[in-house]
Write a protein that binds this ligand. Structure first.
Ligand SMILES: N[C@@H](CCC(=O)N[C@@H](CS)C(=O)NCC(=O)O)C(=O)O
Length: 317
């Protein structure tokens, strides 16, 4: 077996299997708790503007979703944002972008401090995004798929006027797409990059590009995946597409095509990039440094590529 980036998450055939999310409490309008209290007996924390802190890395596609949705819904004042350094050290995500290397609100230097305060026996990867309670310092959730859905449904009283309805009334079609895109694209690029056997890599590569071909076709004549309205699924696809040529194409060997070579997907990704709430949340420098520096089994030299030129996202023909 070749050396794996995250060995505990590789199966016997060299395929990458992502770890589960450990903290799955929710912040919910249905919580029986009063403001300032912890979760009710069903793990539901009260919705309270100003109370929770969303901890993200701007490099991370799963965290990036929550940054975009928070912005689109106008929740910036209701839920504060903590941004970790894109480069982890042996102790993981750290707040070295802040004065004194400490998150100014939580008072911690490492995200792992909040994880261990919540579960002293936690021994999995400490991941972003995570929502941390500023009253107790406990992690409420690191369940990234649920985090963005709950920003839409549970924080509705605090959305800005005119906020997009990211979740359609009938969710069946979107949920199906979300599942396919997660498996083959969002997580598919990781399955390419973290595979440790040729066959596992090729299977992930084939599924990825088959799905991108299908999405390319789907976007013919449509502005968004579900028609003419921006939805949660568009946010989820965007955070992978925006990293594609800069990282996944080279670093994860997802290189049948570049994103720029799919006419509809490229036009769609650029349309989203230029939509309020998207482009301003993209930090290519942090994205590239995170992947190329921290995955030292894939890129032992730690050299960060200079290209591609991010200008392609904004230039006008
Ligand atoms: N919570 C999920 C998804 C979130 C995730 O993978 N975040 C990455 C950054 S993109 C992370 O925090 N990784 C920390 C690590 O690998 O130690 C997981 O456990 O895989």
């Amino acid at each position: 077996m070749r050396r794996a980036q995250f060995g505990a998450e590789n199966g016997s055939n060299g395929e990458w299997k992502r770890q589960g999310n450990r903290f799955t409490d929710r912040i919910s309008r249905a919580s029986d708790s009063s403001p300032g209290e912890g979760p009710d007996d069903q793990g539901r924390w009260p919705v309270e503007p100003g109370r929770y802190r969303l901890v993200v890395s701007l490099a991370c596609p799963w965290a990036h979703r929550s940054v975009i949705v928070r912005r689109l819904l106008g929740l910036d004042d209701a839920i504060s944002l903590a941004v970790v350094d894109p480069i982890r050290d042996e102790q993981g995500w750290r707040f070295t972008l802040d004065p004194d290397d400490r998150d100014p609100v939580l008072g911690i230097q490492y995200l792992s401090e909040a994880y261990l305060r919540t579960d002293p026996s936690y021994d999995g990867r400490v991941t972003v995004p995570a929502i941390v309670d500023t009253v107790t310092g406990l992690v409420v959730t690191n369940d990234y798929p649920q985090i963005t859905l709950d920003l839409s449904t549970e924080w509705v009283d605090h959305h800005q006027a005119g906020a997009p309805q990211l979740i359609p009334d009938d969710r069946a079609e979107m949920d199906q797409l979300i599942e396919e895109i997660y498996r083959d694209v969002n997580n598919g690029v990781y399955r390419c990059g973290f595979a440790t056997e040729q066959e596992a890599y090729e299977a992930a590569y084939d599924a990825l590009f088959a799905r991108l071909d299908a999405l390319e076709e789907r976007l013919q004549g449509r502005d968004y995946l579900l028609g003419d309205t921006l939805r949660e699924v568009d946010v989820r696809l965007f955070t992978t597409l925006v990293r594609f040529d800069a990282v996944y194409h080279g670093h994860f060997k997802a290189n049948r095509n570049k994103l720029t070579e799919f006419p509809n997907l490229w036009a769609y990704a650029r349309r989203l990039y230029q939509h309020e709430g998207f482009g301003e949340t993209v930090d290519f420098d942090q994205i590239k440094r995170h992947y190329y520096v921290t995955h030292n089994t894939i890129n032992p030299t730690g050299i960060v590529p200079k290209g591609p030129d991010p200008e392609v996202w904004t230039h006008v023909d």
